[in-house]
Design a protein around this ligand. Structure first.
Ligand code: NAG
Ligand code: NAG
Length: 215
């Protein structure tokens, strides 16, 4: 899957140059990780029932810091105009229609992202995540590259199940290589959810919405 993901990144990356930053305040993050959930896999682990058959947003995570500012309370009123989009593309897969997941993501990651002027409000943070998500169009790119869920399951040997795709941006919101922050990425994964970076040598199963799943 690594190599497939690389193809996806190349498809998107053509002609995009990464520019270097000028000033970087201390303790400032340098990369953002846009994470996507595959609801079918997530719900097989978390025992939820998902109606979503597309890659949903999980979060926009700076590569440095967690829970950076407890005085920045989550306030749904500040993103009122974004809520219809949030519900569609950034749903709480475990408790649909709730804002619990956004509050969690804001407190853990958003308050750190907010160290940059470009993301220093809840509206900027959630709005930018949605913007990057749409610009990437992971679903569309995967389909275009003919990477689609399959009913067919590997019956022999070791297999891994695709559950999350992370794509990195620099502080100018240009696509950036994730490789260098691979260890950070692993550390940032959902605690206890069992995600780890896909192994190159092992087949990857990309399950359909109501597919047969291990575990
Ligand atoms: C936390 O946010 C408040 C309100 O915006 C701000 O005044 C304060 O400087 C921030 N603290 C840190 C440590 O960034
Ligand atoms: C949330 O934000 C709105 C709009 O700025 C404000 O009127 C309201 O008092 C805030 N709520 C809380 C709990 O801070």
């Amino acid at each position: 899957m690594k190599s497939l993901a690389f193809v996806v990144l190349l498809c998107l990356g053509c002609g995009l140059m990464t520019s270097s930053f000028v000033h970087k305040p201390p303790h400032m993050w340098s990369k953002l990780i846009l994470t996507h959930h595959w609801p079918s896999t997530f719900c097989s682990m978390e025992h939820c029932h998902s109606k979503f058959d597309y890659w949903t947003l999980h979060g926009l995570w700076p590569d440095k810091g967690q829970e950076c500012n407890s005085s920045l309370h989550f306030n749904e009123t500040l993103i009122q105009d974004l809520l219809p989009e949030m519900q569609k593309w950034w749903p709480d897969l475990k408790i649909p229609e709730s804002s619990r997941f956004w509050k969690y993501e804001w407190q853990k990651h958003g308050t750190c992202a907010a160290k940059a002027e470009s993301l220093n409000s809840q509206h900027k943070y959630f709005g930018k995540a949605l913007e990057l998500y749409h610009k990437l169009d992971l679903d569309g790119v995967m389909k275009k590259c003919n990477i689609v869920p399959s009913e067919t399951y590997y019956t022999e040997g070791k297999v891994q199940i695709l559950g999350q795709i992370e794509i990195c941006f620099n502080s100018d919101f240009q696509l950036d290589d994730c490789e260098h922050s691979e260890t950070d990425t692993v550390n940032f994964n959902v605690k206890g959810a069992g995600f780890s970076v896909c192994d190159h040598a092992t087949p990857v199963y990309y399950p359909p919405l109501k597919g047969k799943l291990l575990v």
